[in-house]
Design a protein around this ligand. Sequence first.
Ligand SMILES: Nc1ncnc2c1ncn2[C@@H]1O[C@H](COP(=O)(O)OP(=O)(O)OP(=O)(O)O)[C@@H](O)[C@H]1O
Ligand SMILES: [Mg+2]
Length: 255
Amino acid sequence: MDKKPYYISVCSQKGGVGKSTFTVLLASLLHYRLGRRVLVVDCDFPQWSIEEQRRRELEILDRVDGYKLMMIRQFKATGRKIWPLLAAGPTTALKNVEEFLAAAAEPYDYVLFDLPGTTAIPGVLPLIAQLDRVFIPLKADKIVMESSITFARTLTESFIPNKYARIRGVHLFWSMIDARERTSLYAEYEQALMRFRLPLLHSRIPQRARFGRELLPGGGPVSRSTLFAPERAFAAECSLEVLAREVCTITEEQA
Ligand SMILES: Nc1ncnc2c1ncn2[C@@H]1O[C@H](COP(=O)(O)OP(=O)(O)OP(=O)(O)O)[C@@H](O)[C@H]1O
Ligand SMILES: [Mg+2]
């Protein structure tokens, strides 16, 4: 039998920190640029933000010749069709994924889950327990940091040692880095992470308005898309490819 894909999630107990943004960016970088075959599961009802984005993007693709050409070029270069997307509640997501994988013609390397921003929703905690790794985006904001450290500690101290849980790693990464903020603030927060032995990724993601930009009805360079990898200049400036490679290295080396 083929190896089971890695189950990962960019998750947090905070809203608006970039869970869906980085799920989409990582999925597209892994699938369209780094040679991994990816399935995405949107578990964040009732927003279904990734499913909605995919629907908007397919409509634009249908109307904009520039994007159609880009799609043909991407397919010729990578052999990749667009990554498939399932929408499922947290309680049924694993079963739906297993059914999808069992019926798939090709083996998958990664399944990325976009989870709701609260574990109060039934099924979220049991689902997190069955993932391989989670990646928590951090923002240098007291409330986000307190919530993220508590969440990461709970997973690290209670879930990882539990023999019924699959989860093997909880990693944090800086996002929305504000160049105007004093650097000592980041150092102070990093000391807190070290104190609790919470691993921080090397990749540091800056704050940029482009993270909110989807495909444009008039065409234009790709930022965050479910259909294409982000444009290379944007990916380089914001350390996105570095982040994607770091996620792969950690997940695959520590499997
Ligand atoms: N590094 C960044 N710099 C600037 N804006 C960002 C960055 N990352 C994400 N954003 C923006 O922050 C907003 C929230 O992002 P996103 O929707 O991905 O968060 P979320 O955690 O999925 O939220 P929710 O809890 O509502 O699901 C979006 O407008 C997105 O474009
Ligand atoms: Mg979201």
